[in-house]
Design a protein around this ligand. Structure first.
Ligand code: NAD
Length: 483
């Protein structure tokens, strides 16, 4: 059985003898995958000490040389691409295609961070006053840490640490204890790429490790991705301890379908948005707002498209939807379906009892479709994070936009329309951060900022893109007069 270790100061080390371990299982098959330590303050202290010790020498490594380690890592990630994607499927449940897509998105961040010599440049202005020049340079701040969720085990950690170390900081990654295998594999490859000891550290664990990171005086800043209540806690706690924080939280994404939409495209994209990764995506479409005449055709076609999904183990051929991540998470999703039913929504397709015969141990939930969902119902306003579509009907685009604006979340939203005017009105007024126009999953690529607003994001600088460089550096202004 694989027993995971922490990676501290360039070595794989076992946590203290008192540490508890969490068993890891494949959510589709029930197969045992090993166990992960639930580290605590002691291991966090060790990792911070190693990262602090490495900082001075690492920040003095020229950015172009730091980037070369990432070039090397990028080659290793390509070489081991299929293995890592397979590990993502085995520990998380998403299909192999979905795992490969997400790993590709992760690698794109490593590639983008390779451009750090340009991304990190400052600015200069001569003669800010007679004979006086002014410049600003970006400098790293010390040790950063990231805390990441279960739904993208390989990708989300890559939103953070490549930029943080490229800019000259040292780093501690605390991945989700539910899916620690793929991030561990990527850290092994970072080791193979020759990233010096202490520059990148990995501490496995749950909330004890998180709370130790948030309070540690040796850490300059925290990047977080996870559910909104934990994001808020991380934001408040880390800020109280004087740290920079960016905390990406949960979502409740609305998709508007206008009567003039290309219905084939809308249905195909929205099916992928709602049911892809079994709905466990912060960009997943959740409330499907059909306007005017779009309502009946859209609802009926989505229902039939949902019935065509093939549930199963994501490594097997022709499977188009995997399980949810755990028995506990399955219970949570089922409780939302029950809440929807009790609140009076019409259950058109009920995935609660769906079984995959070959894998009786799997945490499968079949595609589920509700109609008549009102924004005040629990399923109309809370994040379900499972394969559940909530269809609702509005008269006009204005009513649709009002409905989106009522949500406590503002992560992503999309519109399907062939009207440029409707699309422009939507993007101008909707107030959500990641907007799709005829796109079901509005996922910004590595060179654009990623993150929401309202209850979906706590902080100001978002993940990846130029925001990452801003977040991981301080701008030092130098004013000079000579002669
Ligand atoms: P989660 O909040 O349960 O866990 C995220 C991380 O926080 C994990 O590393 C976990 O160990 C830690 N954690 C959990 N409970 C904690 C507590 N009480 N105190 C301190 N730390 C704690 O989230 P999850 O279930 O792993 O992931 C799903 C959530 O992540 C969804 O809400 C989803 O929308 C969100 N998410 C958001 C984005 C985004 O870009 N906004 C991206 C991916 C996932």
């Amino acid at each position: 059985m694989t027993t995971l270790r922490n990676y501290i100061g360039g070595e794989w080390v076992a946590p203290s003898a008192h540490t508890d371990y969490l068993p890891l299982t494949n959510p589709a098959t029930g197969e045992s995958l090993g166990r992960v330590p639930l580290s605590g303050a002691r291991e966090v202290d060790q990792a911070v000490a190693a990262a602090q010790a490495a900082f001075g020498a690492w920040r003095a490594v020229p950015p172009v040389v730091r980037a070369r380690y990432l070039f090397k890592l990028r080659g290793l990630l390509e070489q081991h691409f299929d293995d890592i994607a397979t590990t993502v499927t085995r520990e998380n449940g998403k299909t192999l295609d979905e795992a490969k897509g997400s790993l590709r998105r992760g690698i794109e961040n490593v590639e983008h961070a390779c451009g750090i010599p340009t991304l990190m440049m400052g600015k200069t202005l001569e003669d800010v006053a007679a004979g006086i020049d002014c410049e600003f340079v970006r400098q790293p701040l010390g040790v950063f840490a990231a805390i990441t969720p279960f739904n993208f085990p390989a990708m989300v950690p890559c939103w953070f640490w490549p930029y943080a170390i490229a800019t000259g900081n040292t780093f501690i990654l605390k991945p989700s204890e539910q899916v620690p295998l793929s991030p561990t594999r990527i850290v092994e490859l970072a080791h193979e790429a020759g990233i010096p000891p202490g520059v990148l550290n990995l501490v496995h664990g749950g909330k004890d490790a998180v709370n130790a990171l948030l309070a540690h005086p040796g850490i300059a800043g925290i990047s977080f991705v996870g559910s909104s209540p934990v994001a808020k806690h991380v934001y408040q706690e880390a800020a109280q301890h004087g740290k920079r924080v960016q905390a990406l939280g949960g979502a409740k994404n609305h998709v508007i379908v206008m009567p003039d939409a290309d219905m084939d495209r809308a249905v195909a994209n929205i099916r992928e948005s709602v049911f892809g990764c079994a709905g466990q995506r912060c960009l997943a479409g959740s409330v499907l707002v059909a306007a005017g005449q779009a309502y009946e055709p859209f609802r009926d076609r989505l229902l039939s498209a949902a019935k065509d999904l093939r549930l199963g183990y994501g490594l097997e051929p022709d499977v188009t939807m995997g399980p949810v991540v755990s028995a506990t998470h399955k219970e949570k999703v089922l409780s939302y379906v029950e809440a929807g039913r009790k609140d009076g929504a019409t259950l058109l397709l009920d995935g609660r009892a769906t079984k995959v015969e070959k894998h009786p141990q799997g945490h499968f939930v079949g595609p589920t479709v509700f109609d008549g969902v009102h924004p005040d119902m629990t399923i109309g306003k809370e994040e379900i994070f499972g394969p559940v579509a909530s269809v609702t009907h509005v008269g006009t685009l204005d009513e649709g936009i009002d409905l989106v604006q009522r949500s406590g979340f503002a992560n992503a939203t999309s519109i399907f329309t062939t009207s440029g005017r409707a699309a422009r009105e939507f993007r101008y007024r909707v107030g959500v951060s990641m907007i799709g126009v005829n796109i079901g999953v509005a996922a910004p690529m590595a060179f654009f900022p990623f993150g929401g607003t309202k209850g979906s994001f706590f902080g100001d600088l978002k993940a990846h893109g130029q925001d990452a460089v801003e977040f991981y550096t301080d701008k030092k202004v130098v004013i000079s007069r000579w002669g």
